[in-house]
Design a protein around this ligand. Sequence first.
Ligand SMILES: [Zn+2]
Length: 457
Amino acid sequence: MRGGFYKFVAVLLTAAFCAVGANAAVKYVFLFIGDGMSVPQRMMTEEFSREVNGGGLYINSMPFQAITTTRAFDSFITDSAASGTAIACGAKTRNGRLGVDADGKKLVSVAEVARDSGKKVGIITSVTLNHATPAAFYAHNDNRGNAYEIALDMLESGFDFFGGGGLDGRNNKDSKSYKGEIYDVAQKEYGYAFAENMGLASLEKGKKAIAVRQKDGAMPYAIDDDSSPTLADYTQKGIELLDNPKGFFMMVEGGKIDWMCHANDAATTLRDVIEFDKAVKVAYEFAKKHPKETLIVVTGDHETGGLTLGFAGTGYQSFISRLAAQTCSFDTFKHRLGELAKNRGEEFSFEDAKPLLTECFGFYFGDDRDNPMRVRSAEKKQLEEAFDRQFKGENRSHSAFAVTALKCFNNKASIGWTSDAHTALPVITSAYGAGAETFSGAIDNTDISKKLKKLVK
Ligand SMILES: [Zn+2]
């Protein structure tokens, strides 16, 4: 009799474990999105990390990988609003729309399904909290540009934790929906705790919270400033605040990978991919303690920049490790160049700019032909001509010299770019943990939401 009972229990347990693989609930679900992060961004960073840091990325070693298509309802090349909506809500929509379908009908996101199932929900990003990707998980608006209304949707969602960059348009008095400065409304009307910068550490469990690096704008680029709180710190704090018996759903976005791919800045991009990987590792450390109850999914929303690993001038050779010579973001370089030009006035010359090129990109202007960062005479000519276009004469270009310097640097590292916008390249979705095996083979970005919605219930 007893033997029969134990056999019965064993059958039940087997059924329960099998069900996890199909559609049973997973207690802890992490979704990481690298904005603009497709195969080239991941492989460039992998190669750089192996050569320079002595080890590859965790995200590239995850046990399940799926090639993932990204097209929008109305365009082969998606924007972040349409792809965010696809990943969050499981439906194609037109570029520019958030949380509504192609006909404008309101959609339901996986984060909302998790909330309604009793889970706690966290939304973390390195860009602003009401930017397209995070907003796709809580907002319903046919225009991603309606920052104030989207920020109100954020409060209305009732999600438990928002962390990372600040807000866009948080005190837009021109909005028809205006009801006060958003952080103020969040605390007075919606019961959120609010923390800025290292105030993150003092947030305590039990109260909904918004924690920003600073009130306005995105977090800094990792190459310029990797001080705390980082994306990994927000992820760690999110786990601490959200952990409860019913579990949580957490979306974490590395949003500035995309921004520097728009600028074709490879070295800054890969530093942000490394920072993103560190945040995923925080989830992995947590998952190791709860292996049967945790799912980690990592994806990108589209490719940005048409990045390629190889360049006509370098043939079969690759020099990705040369990207280590860059010491600041392209934004910071442009800013410092502008300051230098302002200080020198009309006297500003190419010779004056050389030390900055050396400091920011490692350019070498000496005679040693074996120095890989040596600026060859053809490159010097290009740089001088671009300098004149930006700083001399009547019709000055806004950034010809800065762009030419960056292009020259990228090419020395065997990197090429084809666009300053998004491209239609598919991305890779990676997964680890309970239910991870369904993220393999070939999928569409809408499938991520469809699969996750079954797993968070
Ligand atoms: Zn995007």
